[in-house]
Design a binder for this molecule. Structure first.
Ligand SMILES: Cc1cc2nc3c(=O)[nH]c(=O)nc-3n(C[C@H](O)[C@H](O)[C@H](O)COP(=O)(O)O)c2cc1C
Length: 185
């Protein structure tokens, strides 16, 4: 029984989180396919569970991810499924975390998918990878939000223990729902 871990990333940090989630599934004995959304399967038959996630840019998950989960909302709802969202807001105060929830709500509302689990993880500020303008904009946003803003280095605002907990919870959910699922035929 295969688990698909599908992600969308702009700057690579969401891929690192997806890799960690995939590793936990593998350590739990699952066969995993880790795929960027651009290469994700159009036919989910044969997958026992799907964990999808993406980063927030300018208030939204990428259109490619939103379209993918919308196209597959029906199939995703028949197997254990989970969604994770990666943003700066998720690492902020209560008001910012509410904004992070709104990003997720948009995707859920638009797609009609009802994942069994949802998580929001703090992202990264990868100043050394950004071009000049992007770095300046992100430094300004970070300063306003009380986040680190030294443009000469990168910062990770991800709670990796929370990522591991989410991944393990998903492993348990897949086990609990059992190999009896999926009902593809
Ligand atoms: C151009 C840009 C726009 C962003 N917009 C938002 C935003 O609107 N809200 C937010 O909470 N985080 C925002 N972020 C932070 C990203 O979600 C964060 O850097 C995340 O780790 C990016 O993941 P990735 O490396 O997988 O692309 C933005 C980052 C960049 C570079």
């Amino acid at each position: 029984m295969k688990v698909a871990v599908i992600y969308h990333t702009y700057d690579g940090h969401t891929r690192e989180i997806a890799e960690r989630i995939a590793r936990v599934q593998e350590e739990g004995g699952r066969t995993v396919e880790l795929l960027p959304v651009e290469e994700a399967p159009e036919c989910l038959m044969g997958y026992g569970a799907v964990i999808a996630g993406g980063a927030i840019h300018i208030g939204h998950h990428d259109r490619s991810l939103r379209d993918y989960v919308k196209r597959h909302a029906g199939d995703l709802s028949t197997i254990p499924s989970a969604f994770f969202s990666v943003s700066l807001s998720a690492a902020g105060d209560e008001t910012e975390r509410e904004a992070a929830s709104c990003y997720v709500e948009e995707l859920i509302r638009e797609s009609g998918w009802h994942p069994d689990a949802v998580a929001m993880f703090g992202g990264a500020l990868q100043y050394t990878h950004y071009g000049f303008v992007k770095r300046k904009v992100m430094q300004a946003i970070a300063r306003r939000g009380g986040k680190p803003s030294d443009g000469k280095r990168d910062y990770e605002l991800t709670d990796w223990d929370a990522v591991d907990r989410f991944a393990r919870d998903m492993l348990h959910l897949i086990e609990a729902r059992g190999e009896a699922q999926p009902q593809w035929d």
